[in-house]
Write a protein that binds this ligand. Structure first.
Ligand code: SF4
Ligand code: SF4
Length: 321
């Protein structure tokens, strides 16, 4: 019997999601045994025209990682949607916009100026920026258009399932692949992990006092965190209350607070706002000046509270740019 055809594709991301597939270790042999990988540019040489020539819905599933930042990524996402029965947004950037989505605090002009003009290591006296078309004596060279706004995959195409995480853990990947192969899938649009807050499964939750109250905020770099105690109760920002569980508390186990890569639970509309309201409710200070001082200790609020979710948040991007 012919094996189901599978595609892996990489949009705006760091490559960690591709490594997560390799992290399946010997389980990858089970995947390779069960499916026919027909597109995986990071590992094998496939051409876009080969995909274009395939009948629609040829792929049983396409796993697409990364946010959508360029016209090429948008084109490939739409092409794979057309050629696939199922599309899985693989990892935090495809799911929520991710770290590349933090670029939504600026527009293309500002990004190009920083990258190609103002950065101290970039000599560019003529101020030459990348162009979508450049005529040379050898012909016209083209580059994809760099969009003003980063989008998640679900803001670009219809997505069937979301596999969360930066990067998704191997056990969740295997569960997703097995569920797809067995046709044992939840309702369309589901995030393929539990729907409860990370705090609910975190061992440190037991150390939380009945009434959480803090008088100061400390950065993780300023203290050696007690590995038994809840970060938040110690005044160290941990996004566990606003984040979906299922990662196995990977960061917490390494004595690092959660930064929210699994995204919000179903009932949370905006992770940053949810966390801010949790934080505000535990700050045990009445004096306004003291509260301001504490707020100033959060040096990069967007980068902290929306580290993975800015494009899919209510804010979405910096306005007026
Ligand atoms: S706030 Fe962080 S450390 Fe505390 S219980 Fe929640 S996930 Fe665990
Ligand atoms: S602890 Fe938080 S940031 Fe770390 S892997 Fe889990 S969800 Fe992601």
């Amino acid at each position: 019997m012919a094996k189901p055809l599978v595609a892996f594709y990489w949009c705006a991301s760091c490559g960690g999601c591709e490594e997560a597939v390799i992290d399946l270790a010997e389980d990858i042999l089970k995947v390779v045994d069960a499916v026919d990988i027909r597109l995986w540019p990071v590992a094998m040489d496939f051409k876009r025209k080969d995909v274009e020539a395939m009948p629609d819905k040829s792929f049983a599933v396409s796993f697409i990682n990364g946010a959508i930042r360029t016209s090429e990524q948008e084109h490939m996402a739409k092409l794979l949607r057309q050629k696939s029965q199922l599309v899985v947004a693989f990892g935090a950037c495809a799911h929520l916009g991710g770290i590349p989505g933090l670029a939504n605090v600026a527009n293309r002009k500002e990004i190009f100026e920083t990258a190609y003009k103002l950065s101290p290591s970039t000599p560019n006296p003529k101020g030459i920026y990348p162009q979508t078309e450049t005529k040379t004596e050898f012909g016209t060279l083209t580059l994809p258009e760099f969009y003003d706004t980063v989008k998640s995959l679900g803001q670009t195409i219809d997505v069937d399932y979301y596999l969360p995480g930066c990067a998704p853990p191997p056990d969740l990947i295997m569960k997703a692949v097995t569920a797809i192969l067995e046709g044992n899938l939840p309702e369309k649009g589901a995030v393929l992990t539990v729907d409860k807050a990370l705090c609910e499964t975190c061992e440190r939750n037991k150390s939380k006092p009945d009434k959480l109250a803090i008088k100061d905020i400390k950065r993780i770099s300023e203290v050696i965190a007690d590995p038994e105690k809840c970060f938040l109760a110690e005044g160290i920002i941990c996004l566990g209350p606003a984040t979906r569980g299922g990662c196995g508390e990977r960061c917490i186990n390494a004595n690092i607070p959660c930064r929210g890569c699994f995204g919000p639970t179903k009932e949370v509309k905006d992770m940053g706002a949810k966390f801010l309201s949790s934080l505000a409710s535990i700050i045990d200070i009445d004096d306004e000046k003291e509260i301001e001082k504490i707020a100033e200790k959060v040096i990069d609020p967007i980068g902290l509270f929306y580290m993975y979710s800015l494009p899919t948040s209510i804010l979405r991007r910096k306005q007026g740019v």
